[in-house]
Design a protein around this ligand. Structure first.
Ligand code: GRF
Length: 230
C-alpha cells in the first residue's frame, strides 16, 4: 500500500480530486496525513474523509527553518512514500527537499518552464499565449523547476479572463493529478533517482523526451503530455 502525504494551504480541490480517485478507483494507496501551513478549508474536507490532518501554522514559528522542522517531524511520524504538494503556498528549502529527494511532487498551474511563481493565468493572458495548462513535476530546491512528469494543456479562448482560465486549468488538474497517482501505483510511471520513466502512457497522452535544464543537463528523459481533455 502506497503511503501518501499531502501538503496544502487552501481550498484543497486537488487534494479532494486525489481522495476521490483513491476512493472511487479503489487505488492501493493510503493518505497518511494532510498538513497545512495555515487555516485551510482543505483540512475540513480531509477530516470528513477520515484522514489524519495537522495544522502547522507558519505564523506560529519564528522562522521558515523552525516551521520546516515541525513539518518534517510530523511527516516522519507517518513515513510517507510520496509527498504531493497541492496548493502548498511555501517554497521548500534545499534542506527539506534533500530529506525526501525525488519523492516530493508538485502541481503548478502553467506549462512549465513558462510562468513559474504566482499569477500564472494573468501572466499567460498578458503575454498573448495561445496555449496554457498545468504541469506536474518533481520538486527540487529551485522554484517550479524540477523534472517534468506530465503536462495537460488547453487552448486559450477568445475573451478568456484570468478567472475562466483558472477554472479551465483547474479542471485539467483534477484529472491529471489523480492520473499521476494511479500511474505510480500501477507502476506505469516510475520515478527513480529523480528520473521520470513512463512505462505505459495513458490514453490521450504523448511521450515527449529529453528536457534540459538551464545548465543543459538532461533532467528528465520522458514526460507525458495530455491534450484536449475537455
Ligand atoms: C492549483 O491551481 C495548483 O496548481 C496550485 O495551487 C492551486 C491549488 O488549488 N499549486 P487547490 O487548493 O488544490 O484548489
Amino acid at each position: 500500500m502506497l503511503k501518501l502525504a499531502i501538503l496544502i494551504s487552501g481550498r484543497g480541490s486537488n487534494m479532494l480530486a486525489l481522495i476521490t480517485a483513491i476512493e472511487e478507483q479503489n487505488l492501493h494507496c493510503q493518505i497518511v496525513c494532510v498538513i497545512s501551513n495555515k487555516q485551510a478549508q482543505g483540512l475540513d474536507i480531509a477530516k470528513t474523509h477520515g484522514i489524519a490532518t495537522k495544522l502547522i501554522a507558519r505564523a506560529e514559528y519564528s522562522s521558515k527553518h523552525f516551521h520546516e522542522i515541525a513539518v518534517l517531524k510530523e511527516l516522519k511520524k507517518h513515513q510517507p512514500d510520496w509527498i504531493f504538494l497541492a496548493g502548498y503556498m511555501a517554497i521548500l528549502s534545499a534542506e527539506f527537499v534533500d530529506k525526501f529527494e525525488g519523492k516530493i511532487i508538485n502541481i503548478h498551474p502553467s506549462l512549465l518552464p513558462k510562468f513559474k511563481g504566482l499569477n500564472t493565468h494573468k501572466r499567460a493572458l498578458q503575454s498573448g499565449e495561445i496555449r496554457h495548462g498545468t504541469t506536474i513535476h518533481i520538486v527540487t530546491s529551485e522554484l517550479d523547476d524540477g523534472p517534468i512528469i506530465a503536462q495537460s494543456e488547453l487552448f486559450i479562448m477568445p475573451n478568456e479572463t484570468a478567472e475562466t482560465l483558472e477554472n479551465r486549468v483547474l479542471r485539467k488538474e483534477h484529472i491529471l493529478y489523480p492520473l499521476i497517482l494511479s500511474s505510480l501505483i500501477k507502476k506505469h510511471l516510475e520515478i527513480k533517482d529523480s528520473e521520470v520513466i513512463w512505462h505505459q502512457i495513458p490514453p490521450g497522452g504523448n511521450k515527449l523526451s529529453s528536457q534540459k535544464n538551464n545548465n543543459s543537463k538532461i533532467v528528465s528523459n520522458t514526460y507525458l503530455k495530455l491534450q484536449n481533455l475537455d
